[in-house]
Design a protein around this ligand. Structure first.
Ligand code: ADP
Ligand code: MG
Length: 610
């Protein structure tokens, strides 16, 4: 008789992090589910009664256990999964401690029915309070069913320590959901107090997310997929506008094992950079695959914490993966149609606007324009001045009263109907840029856009120390508070990188004899104080590095403002620069830079059916 399950020798058992395996019903659900997955189950059913305190049952169609091994499975440190120390370094199964079944049996009444494929007859084992009480033949189905009744019946202290049934149920649900996400190819049914919570067919991760969290979520996620020889990162991350105020629904799986890891979570959030408002958290389900040798899962018995051989390399790669996923996808906030009138209520669309899922690669903004509205070649436009440039450059739609970008401000009187009467680009109220695009309209906030451009330039200049200085003919004397001068002193290397040429005199005087080229004429006198004030105000100060904080306050102050008129060339230049940035959708403060309104939405607003 060959045993697959062996009792680990003492010297090996003692190397495995020991601890309480069974803390609550959810821990039992987790251990049993993991055993089923280790046994290659393709279909698993989880049944709870009274949130698991009366009954937890897990039924699988996996490998099953031979009659000879069935009893051994309940001995402490008995496992079929590792035999030697070397195996500990290369764990590919969930289990390896051989502790779960014995620990569960110690605090509950357990019945296991199991049969291996090919065996004529199965086995039934019951165990309770540390001993196997009965073993018999049984005509069980292929696979294994484990019933755990009256958890903590013999440890009233722990039973009383359990939280409310709804809390315990939710812990169990979380465990089942994690398996559902990580093992979409396994059919999974979850029943609680005779109610079917869900029954999931084999499918893809995305299907599972849609079934468990709703179609809306599955429309608001984008795929992540990056790989290097050491690590693979796949999965989904939520679009920034789907973020929540609480840190829920964030999953990290390492080799399909759910883990908690602050460093990786941080890397994901960091990947969003300023795409998220302060205090909001994105959805994510990230899968990391790594050679098991490069990671230690043996840190804690619940195995939710792991140690990486090179944690900072993992951090950087996850950050890179998230950034490039976000950069690849269209994240323009889409204006939703919310009808106020009850009459329109019926036509209100329940599914997300199609534009939400339309992926738009960021590139040249000219590619976004309606084909017939693409700017004509430079020769034909011949910009000789603001309004002339406009009349040859700009399409004026018959329906839309044009508000023209011209030198020196909006001047409606100088706008004439051009021959080619189609609308192209315009500046709206010296604040927004309006662009007709392929399937609708793009609105750009000029200040936020410029802020993003300057911010990214500033960050690059910090790296390369490449700020371009505009020498001032007459150096400017800034009288600042002693505290501000101290701050200038501290930030001086970064200010120099930006293009400031600064000399500090005494405790309260700073002389500027050069400013960055982005600083507009007339702004030289006040820019330094403005930056310092904003720098001090920034609420994110604790989490941001000084230079990041400086880049934010500088970009905000140096950028064009709402109310600044721009001529067409300036607008085009701004859009060119904006679309060359890494993240053209949000300003460094997390506000949107542009909003897309699709034709569909306009049609809906106007009650059009086609
Ligand atoms: P571990 O999973 O760490 O090996 P457990 O106490 O959870 O320890 O299980 C002991 C052994 O019982 C496992 O190694 C495995 O051989 C067997 N076993 C437990 N559950 C199942 C199952 N659902 N299907 C097949 N074998 C199982
Ligand atoms: Mg196990």
């Amino acid at each position: 008789m060959v045993h697959k399950i062996k009792v680990l020798p003492e010297h090996l058992a003692s190397k495995i992090a020991a601890g309480e395996v069974v803390q609550r019903p959810a821990s039992v659900v987790k251990e049993l589910l993991e055993n089923s997955l280790d046994a290659h189950a393709t279909s698993i059913t989880v049944v709870l009664k009274q949130a698991g305190s009366a009954l937890i049952q897990v039924i699988d169609d996996g490998d099953g256990i031979s009659a000879a091994d069935a009893q051994l499975a309940f001995s402490r440190h008995s496992t079929s999964k590792i035999a030697a120390y070397e195996d500990l370094e290369n764990i590919r199964t969930f289990g390896f401690r051989g502790e779960a079944l014995s620990s569960i049996a110690a605090v509950a009444q357990v019945e296991m029915k199991t049969r291996q494929n090919g065996d004529l007859i199965g086995t039934r084992v019951t165990a309770s309070g540390d001993r196997v009480s009965e073993i018999s033949e049984d005509n069980s189905a292929v696979g294994t069913s484990v019933q755990v009744k009256n958890l903590f019946f013999n440890t009233p202290g722990r039973r009383n320590f359990l939280k409310s049934p709804s809390t315990e149920f939710h812990h169990c649900l979380n465990v089942v959901q994690r398996v559902a996400i990580a093992y979409p190819e396994v059919a999974l049914t979850f029943i609680s107090d005779d109610e079917k919570i869900f029954s999931l067919h084999p499918g893809k991760v995305r299907d599972r997310l849609a079934l468990m969290f709703g179609e809306k979520l599955s429309q608001a996620i984008i795929p992540v997929s990056e790989e290097n020889p050491y690590l693979r990162v796949t999965g989904y991350i939520g679009k920034p506008d789907f973020s929540r105020k609480t840190r829920v629904e964030q999953y990290i799986f390492l080799n399909r094992r759910f883990i908690l890891n602050k460093s990786i979570s941080h890397a994901v959030l960091k990947g969003y950079e300023h795409l998220l408002e302060k205090g909001s958290f994105p959805f994510f389900a990230i899968f990391l695959e790594i050679d098991p040798k490069k990671v230690d899962v043996n840190v804690h018995p619940s195995k939710m914490e792991v140690k990486f051989e090179d944690e900072s390399a993992v951090y950087r790669f996850v950050l890179h993966a998230v950034r490039s996923a976000l950069a690849k996808h269209d994240l323009l906030p889409v204006m939703g149609v919310e009808s106020e009138t009850p009459a329109l209520e019926a036509t209100r669309f329940s599914s997300p606007a199609p534009a939400v899922s339309t992926m738009m690669k960021v590139g040249n903004w000219r590619d976004l324009l309606r084909p017939e509205a693409a700017p004509s070649s430079r020769e034909s436009s011949q910009p000789t001045g603001g309004s002339d440039a406009l009349s040859s450059h700009t399409d004026l739609s018959p329906e839309v009263k044009p508000i023209a970008p011209v030198d020196g401000g909006i001047d409606r009187t100088r706008v004439t109907e051009p021959r080619d009467s189609r609308l192209r680009i315009m500046q709206l109220h010296s604040k927004y840029i309006v662009l007709p695009i392929d399937n609708g309209l793009l609105l750009v906030d000029q200040h936020a856009a410029h802020e993003r451009v300057i911010y990214e330039q500033a960050v690059a200049q910090f790296e390369k120390h490449s700020g371009v200085i505009q020498q001032l003919l007459f150096p400017i004397v800034n009288e600042l508070s002693a505290a501000d001068v101290a701050l200038v002193e501290e930030l001086k290397p970064f200010l120099c990188d930006l293009g400031f040429s600064i000399k500090i005199f005494g405790k309260t005087t700073v002389i500027l004899d050069g400013v960055p080229i982005d600083v507009k004429p007339g702004q030289e006198k006040t820019i330094l104080q403005e930056i310092l004030d904003l720098y001090k105000e920034d609420e994110n100060s604790v989490v941001l590095e000084p230079r990041e904080r400086l880049a934010k306050s500088y970009s905000c102050r140096a950028a064009v403002k709402a109310g600044d008129p721009l001529n067409l060339e300036e607008i085009e230049g701004l859009l060119d620069q904006l679309f060359a940035t890494k993240i053209p959708y949000v300003c460094p403060h997390g506000r949107p830079v542009s909003i897309k309104i699709s034709l569909d939405e306009l049609d809906k607003r106007f009650g059009r059916t086609s």
